[in-house]
Design a binder for this molecule. Structure first.
Ligand SMILES: [Zn+2]
Ligand SMILES: [Zn+2]
Length: 441
């Protein structure tokens, strides 16, 4: 196998095409773009904020982007301004879905916001649409810039993002759970220029305020922190040394040689236990799901039968379900909030119809783009979504802790039916267009 060659996407697979499974990047124009050179050969690579794997078309090598902290970018300064010796103001960018569970149901909003994280005077409250319109650069330790201290923490900014989306409980409304899913969280720095007794935006060159007002505010600052460093690591299978395969936005990389699956994390590749539900000749596509098996003591749910009873499903538990540990199934790919909940709910309720087995990789596996860390945050949401009697489940969510958790990645087969992808065992149907655009969320 040549490096960079997508595994097993052979000519035999006529539809969906290679682009659909592996590239998916052309639809990413709505995303924030980051300037990046290939760490192996130096060729420029187009990277988006959703990309954790850099796929270089010049040398074919895939590199993982790793860092101990959130990604940090700087807006490009205007041509007239030097890019060194600047003062940089921090902004927190959040893009994702906020879900709120209240007594009236599950509400959700897609949020895309960039809020100021410094209390210095004169700074714009938000960067507006600028980050989407510009190519960002990673912050560079060599540029000797000073960073204004971050006085607002990411948690407070998320709270603010929720209130921008009107997702805070209303007065007198009981609120049971809030989750942030499918998120991109990063810092974006706005370069500031001081001249003619004024503070100027280093991008637009607009005056922000008088220097006297600015220096009367909180101006504590710091130099580049080594903990912000980004490393690029070639993606080789830790088990057999073969090059792993996966698209830029994938969260799971697959080994075409030993058929193992590896989850990306900030520090290392984590071996995943994966299985698939066997398909038939009509199977065109396999979609990945996180199967999170767990005990939920607060709800007295240990087995699937317990879940059926406690959540008041309109069918009786079978005797063998008493011995089947409860699992919550969460799509391992990004979907619009409503569809995300519907699909997870339907697979969770119909899990008894699936019998996944150990297998070899198939050519038509759809990439897993939702990391396990986020799927875990979705467990309570899926429980809420799957409850036939919300009154029994919702009020217990704040007390719900998950114990004895184990995780598997399961690929389920889908067939084509008109405008939908349908899953024969669970009855899940996902619009083809919805799946096509899932890579852009
Ligand atoms: Zn390269
Ligand atoms: Zn391998």
């Amino acid at each position: 196998m040549q490096p960079g060659q997508p595994f097993a996407i052979s000519a035999a697979v006529s539809w969906p095409d290679r682009q659909f499974f592996h590239a998916g990047c052309r639809a990413d124009v709505m995303k924030l773009l980051v300037e990046q050179d290939c760490p192996q050969c130096g060729a420029p690579v187009e990277l988006t904020e959703a990309d954790y794997v850099l796929c270089c078309e010049s040398c074919g090598i895939r590199s993982m982007v790793q860092s101990n902290s959130l990604p940090r970018y700087v807006l490009p300064v205007s041509r007239e301004v030097s890019s060194t010796g600047l003062l940089l103001a921090p902004y927190v960018r959040f893009k994702g879905t906020i879900y709120l569970v209240t007594e009236s149901g599950i509400d959700h909003r897609v949020i895309d916001t960039t809020q100021v994280a410094s209390s210095a005077q004169g700074l714009p409250a938000s960067l507006g649409v600028r980050p989407q319109a510009m190519r960002l650069q990673r912050i560079n330790p060599a540029s000797e810039n000073l960073f204004l201290s971050q006085t607002l923490k990411a948690g407070a900014i998320l709270e603010k993002a929720a209130s921008v989306g009107n997702l805070v409980p209303q007065v007198g409304q009981q609120f049971f759970h809030r989750a942030y899913i499918g998120e991109h969280l990063s810092y974006i720095y706005l370069p500031l220029v001081i001249k003619n007794s004024g503070l100027y935006d280093g991008v637009t060159e607009e005056k922000l305020c008088d220097l006297a007002d600015f220096i009367s505010g909180d101006l504590s600052s710091r130099r580049y922190d080594d903990g912000w460093k980004v490393r690029f690591v070639a993606t080789l299978c830790p088990q057999c040394g073969a090059g792993l395969e996966g698209s830029g936005d994938c969260q799971v990389m697959l080994c075409p040689n030993c058929h193992s699956a590896w989850g990306l994390s900030t520090k290392e590749l984590i071996r995943l236990d994966w299985q698939m539900q066997v398909g038939d000749s009509a199977t065109k596509l396999f979609l990945p799901f996180w199967k999170i098996s767990t005990h939920i003591p607060a709800l007295n749910i240990y087995s699937f039968a317990d879940f059926v009873e406690r959540s008041n499903q309109p069918f009786l538990p079978r005797a063998q379900w008493r011995g089947k540990v409860m699992s919550v199934w969460v799509p391992a790919f990004r979907l619009r909030p409503k569809v995300f909940l519907q699909v997870g709910r339907q697979v969770t309720i119909n899990q008894w119809r699936c019998r996944p087995v150990a297998a070899k990789l198939q050519p038509n596996f759809f990439p897993a783009t939702l990391p396990f860390s986020e799927a875990r945050q979705a467990v309570k949401l899926m429980l809420a979504a799957a409850a036939a009697s919300p009154k029994r489940i919702f009020p217990m969510l704040p007390y719900t802790r998950l114990t004895e958790m184990t995780i598997q990645l399961i690929y389920l087969p889908f067939t084509e039916l008109g405008c939908d992808w349908t899953q024969p065992h669970t009855g899940v149907a996902i619009g083809k267009n919805i799946l096509k655009y899932s890579r852009t969320l």
